[in-house]
Design a protein around this ligand. Structure first.
Ligand SMILES: [Zn+2]
Length: 387
């Protein structure tokens, strides 16, 4: 049985520890304080705890509950994981880290995304240990840094940890997330020729030429991307994020710089969208030799998908059905998640976590009943998988 009071206290303590990602906010406290706090909790429960620096002063917590091995089920290992960092609190009124409880909600930055999910993992493990459960496969807890920025935490974790499956407790409103999108950040640069604003015969307007690429972007949105669609994720998309260019009012601009974000379906790559732009640029050059542009890939993370009948998905679905009294629906997350890194490290991953509201918003809260339900699902699934 999940100890609801303890799980609530664990959650409240974590919400009250500032762990704003320093990559997003120069004043961000980082993950070290909450990582040390979690490490102490896990040590007190007798787990074998390791702090792994994903960057100097930014530790992952890896806590191992050693399995006894053997058995008919083969002692399958499982990783229970989530991120300890949060986005900035600057846009939040009042005390963003008070962790106050009103009815069934706990408020505060990170309560929903995703310290509620971390509390569910801790609550599940505490209950299993108190109940005398002995896993055959290893149960590994991975509390990682930096998911909200570059995911250096999970990048480091998969170098250290191998597991037969993982449960990631990002918020899914208790639905079973089996797919999410990827993303790619691109730089598009148009080159013009600087010149006096009166000299139309020699100046080449890099900003006007960027307009042609913006028109192409809208055509991708309206005509190209709608041609393909994923059952759970809809279509791919792209939008203009940042634009700069120009030298002065009376000067032809020599250069314009556009940063674009693409959101990708699980079978699309960063190279695919670079090719899309390269074709467009070649076509524009073919009709106007003065047109000169280039595209480069700045950063890319692939999407992720796991089969609805994969063993870990079925195990968690069955556990959720027992706890919730109904089979949770399959769900696709549009946002990116660390499961893409886990999946590519050969750790089949399913995502389920408590509901709430306000990830990255001014008011954030998590549904406490769903934190307890999620803990119960994890405990049930670990028993079935690793027992
Ligand atoms: Zn998250």
């Amino acid at each position: 049985m999940i100890d609801k009071q303890l799980t609530t206290q664990l959650l409240q303590s974590m919400v009250r520890i500032n762990s704003v990602n320093p990559g997003l906010d120069d004043l961000g406290a980082g993950e070290a304080n909450v990582a040390h706090w979690i490490a102490d909790v896990c040590r007190a429960w007798g787990l074998d705890v390791e702090l792994q620096d994903s960057a100097p002063g930014r530790p992952n917590v890896i806590a191992r509950w050693k399995g006894s091995g053997g058995g008919a089920a083969g002692g399958r290992s499982i990783l229970l994981t989530g991120h300890t960092d949060t986005v900035s609190t600057l846009n939040m009124p009042g005390d963003p880290l008070d962790g106050r409880i009103e009815g069934n909600r706990m408020y505060g930055r990170g309560a929903y995304d995703m310290k509620g999910g971390l509390a569910a993992i801790l609550g599940a493990v505490e209950a299993l240990r108190r109940d005398g459960f002995q896993p055959r496969g290893d149960v590994i807890l991975g509390f990682v840094t930096d998911e909200e920025y570059l995911s250096i935490g999970t990048d480091a974790l998969v170098k250290r940890v191998k597991a037969d499956a993982a449960i990631l407790t990002e918020p899914t409103e208790m639905r079973l997330c089996i797919a999410h999108k990827g993303f790619a950040w691109l730089d598009l640069i148009t080159h013009g020729v600087a010149g006096h604003g009166s000299l139309y015969h020699s100046g080449v307007d890099a900003i006007a030429h960027m307009g042609r690429l913006l028109a192409a972007l809208e055509r991708f949105e309206n005509q190209i991307f709608p041609q393909r669609s994923h059952t759970l994720l809809g279509r791919a998309s792209a939008h203009a994020s940042l634009i700069t260019g120009g030298l002065g009012l009376s000067t032809y601009p020599d250069r314009a710089h556009l940063q674009v974000e693409h959101r990708l379906l699980p079978d699309e790559t960063g190279a695919d969208v670079v090719t899309l732009w390269e074709r467009e640029i070649a076509a524009l050059k073919a009709v106007d030799p003065r047109f000169n542009a280039e595209v480069t890939l700045d950063f890319y993370r692939p999407g992720y998908e796991i089969a609805p009948d994969a063993p870990i998905v079925q195990t968690v679905r069955d556990a959720a059905a027992r706890v919730l009294g109904h089979t949770p629906e399959n769900y696709g997350m549009w946002a990116w998640l660390d499961s893409a890194i886990l999946g590519r490290a050969d750790i089949p991953t399913v995502i389920i976590g408590p509901g709430g509201e306000g990830a990255h918003a001014a008011v954030e809260w998590v549904n406490l009943d769903e934190v307890y339900q999620c803990a119960a699902i994890i405990a049930d699934a670990v028993t079935a998988w690793a027992g």
